[in-house]
Every structure is written in structure tokens, then in C-alpha cells.
Write a protein that binds this ligand. Structure first.
Ligand SMILES: [Zn+2]
Ligand SMILES: [Zn+2]
Length: 395
């Protein structure tokens, strides 16, 4: 027999970290009970259908397919955030009776479709919000207002604000800093909005993560490349294929560097999709315009590739022939990361908030309840307790 959701939730009071985590695992979720629940807000995670937010009569699935939800919200097109639809779900989506609404930006949809070979494709008629963010970024469904808001984490990424009987902000991965790139393009960080419940990521929620300002990082990147090129060493930059690689491309001060920029095949493909979405990039060429033999003799190029590709041909030959490798991550403080991607230069650069950014953001919002997800959850849980005794923090 199923217990009611309320009873199960009462069994998991916030009385201590160990206890809370233990109780969370025991929780069983039944969506028909959940719909009938008197609680106006339920924020939880289902073992199969992932995270969801129930506010009043609306259930929003977060970065997951959930047949019981009204709305599927997809924050951005990093692989761990894209819902993958199997054939049965894809066929079912054409059936009007099980209509879902989708919330995501056009860039997220385009990139996710490409990266999943169309295993994230839904009918245009179900696309409720995000097609044109500038024109219609807010919508009301069953009395709950939903708003997508830019958060600077990657191209097309959005946080979600829900307004009904309460105001809830779901940040997903985000930054707060607004970044201006060498080629004058701008990426806007998440702005402070008033809400009483905040669901935030805390990937780098540990005091050891302190990142330099974006302008300092940009200067460091250009100085490093310029000094290596002047010695006749080409430079290979390692970055995640979607987002970070294109940021690196736009950080380059090409007038000063006077060099050519080559992109790995996968990065080039995603960059073209972004260009078709009117994002401007510095001049680049696909790696395929060249070959290994040519480049082995060439001391003047910058090549951007995904991290793991450094161990594969043709890049590993270029590295063994003197190309310098620079890697960019918030994790460069962690020895195991450095061991994993042996590089000549490590630059602390992330598309997530660092510890202070997170504390500062939460301080300015001052919600009554905070839910933590991703990364340094346990460390950040204690940090927050130190500064905000009056806020309830959930894991
Ligand atoms: Zn992400
Ligand atoms: Zn993520």
C-alpha cells in the first residue's frame, strides 16, 4: 500500500545530514498522490523521471522526460541535462492526449537535437516558451507564471522562475558575472530576482574554489598564447565541445595574436549551429582544411579541441611534436584533474559560479528555503548554515 506523500515527507525532517540523506533514499513517489497533495510546493527527485517541481496545480519536470509532468523544462544543452527520448516516447509525443509543454531556448533545442541525433526532438506545437526569448519569455499555465531567464552558463542556457502561490527560482548551472569577450560579444549572467524558495547548483561551493575575473582570464589566455607563438610553438586549447570551446574562440585577441584558429570537427559543427542562431564568432577554420603532416611543420596556429581528444590522433602527434597544451577548468585546483589532462598550462576558468559568487548571490536573494544540487553539496550545506541560521537548507 502506498503511503501518502505528506506522511513520507514528515519522516524526513531536517534533523541532521546523515539522517536526511538516509531518509531521502527511502522516499517513494507516486505522482497521482502528489497531484492531490494539499501542499502547494513539492520539490523532489524521482528515481526514474528525475527532478521535478510541483507548484500549485503545475508539475514541471527538470531536464528529464516525465510522463506525469505538465511541462518539460530543459535548462541547457550540456549532455547531462538533455532528456533523451526513446522511440516509444518520440512516437507518443505525436498523440495529442498526452500533450506536454516544452520550455527551452531555440539554441538549446538546436544543439540538443544535433548532439542526441534527434533523440531530443518534440513537435513544434508543444513548444511553449523559448522560441524567441526576447519577444515572449513569460507565459501563464493553470495560474502559474513561468519565466525563462538568461544565466550565462552556456549559449542558450536559462534559469526558470515560477510564480504562483509562491515564487521559486531554479538556477540550473549558472554564473552571475556578465562577460564581455574580445570580439565584443556579451554573455549575461543570472540577475538577482525576488523569490522565497531557491534551488541552486553548488558545483564549486567550497572555499578552495576561487576563480579570477573573466577579464583577467582573457588577458592570461592571450598572453600565454602570444608568448608560445613567439617561440615558434603552436598552442592547443582544451575545452568542452559545446560552450567552453566557443568561449575560448571568442576570447582570442586575433589582431594582436596574428595567427589562424582551427576547430576540431565536433566543435566546428556546434559552432556552425550557433552561427545560424546569429551568434558572432572570431574567424576560424575547420581542422579538416589541414593535415597532420602540414601542421607538424607549422609553428603558428591555435587549435581548439575537446579534452579527451588530446589522447587521440591526429592531435596526440601534434602534441608530441611540440604543440603546447592549455587546459581550462574550475577543477584545475584538483590534482586528479591535472593528472587526467596533462597540460603545459592550467587556467582556472569555469562557467559555474565560484564559492564567493554563490554566497553573494544567495545573500542578495535571501530566500526562506534553499535546495542544493550538484558538486560540493555537503561543504556548501555547512557554509550556508554558518552564515544563514534563519534559512532552511535542503539537500
Ligand atoms: Zn552545464
Ligand atoms: Zn550541469
Amino acid at each position: 500500500m502506498n503511503k501518502s506523500v505528506e506522511n513520507l515527507e514528515e519522516e524526513a525532517p531536517l534533523i541532521g545530514l546523515k539522517n536526511l540523506v538516509y531518509q531521502e533514499r527511502k522516499k517513494i513517489l507516486n505522482f497521482s498522490l502528489l497531484r492531490k497533495s494539499q501542499k502547494s510546493v513539492i520539490i523532489d527527485s524521482h528515481p526514474k523521471y528525475g527532478k521535478f517541481i510541483k507548484l500549485d496545480d503545475v508539475i514541471v519536470a527538470v531536464d528529464h522526460w516525465n510522463p506525469h509532468a505538465d511541462i518539460i523544462y530543459v535548462s541547457h544543452a550540456h549532455m547531462d541535462h538533455i532528456p533523451i527520448f526513446n522511440k516509444k516516447i518520440r512516437e507518443g509525443l505525436d498523440n495529442e492526449d498526452i500533450r506536454k509543454w516544452f520550455l527551452c531556448s531555440k539554441i538549446t533545442k538546436d544543439i540538443a537535437e544535433e548532439r542526441t541525433r534527434n533523440h531530443f526532438t518534440f513537435p513544434e506545437s508543444m513548444w511553449l516558451l523559448g522560441k524567441k526569448l526576447d519577444k515572449r519569455n513569460e507565459v501563464e499555465i493553470k495560474g502559474v507564471r513561468l519565466k525563462l531567464t538568461e544565466n550565462g552558463h552556456t549559449y542558450g542556457s536559462n534559469s526558470l522562475l515560477l510564480e504562483g502561490s509562491e515564487k521559486i527560482l531554479y538556477t540550473s548551472d549558472f554564473i552571475t558575472e556578465t562577460r564581455t569577450f574580445s570580439n565584443d560579444t556579451i554573455l549575461k549572467g543570472l540577475e538577482v530576482v525576488e523569490c522565497n524558495r531557491l534551488i541552486t547548483e553548488c558545483t564549486f561551493g567550497n572555499p578552495r574554489f576561487k576563480f579570477p575575473s573573466f577579464s583577467k582570464i582573457q588577458t592570461d589566455v592571450n598572453n600565454y598564447i602570444s608568448s608560445e607563438l613567439s617561440k615558434g610553438n603552436p598552442v592547443i586549447l582544451l575545452g568542452y565541445a559545446f560552450g567552453k570551446s566557443q568561449y575560448l574562440l571568442n576570447m582570442l585577441d586575433l589582431e594582436k595574436l596574428d595567427t589562424k584558429v582551427l576547430l576540431d570537427r565536433n566543435i566546428a559543427k556546434l559552432t556552425k549551429i550557433l552561427e545560424s542562431n546569429e551568434i558572432k564568432f572570431n574567424g576560424w577554420e575547420p581542422y579538416s582544411n589541414y593535415n597532420k603532416t602540414q601542421l607538424k611543420k607549422d609553428g603558428n596556429y591555435v587549435l581548439i579541441i575537446p579534452n579527451y581528444s588530446m589522447f587521440r590522433e591526429p592531435y596526440k602527434t601534434l602534441i608530441s611534436h611540440g604543440a603546447k597544451v592549455a587546459s581550462f577548468s574550475g577543477k584545475v585546483f584538483i590534482e586528479s584533474f591535472r593528472d587526467k589532462f596533462p597540460s603545459d598550462k592550467y587556467i582556472a576558468y569555469s562557467d559555474h559560479c565560484d564559492y564567493n559568487d554563490l554566497l553573494c548571490f544567495i545573500d542578495r536573494i535571501n530566500p526562506k528555503e534553499i535546495y542544493l544540487e550538484h558538486g560540493e553539496i555537503y561543504n556548501f550545506f555547512y557554509s550556508l548554515h554558518k552564515y544563514h541560521e534563519d534559512i532552511t537548507i535542503k539537500l
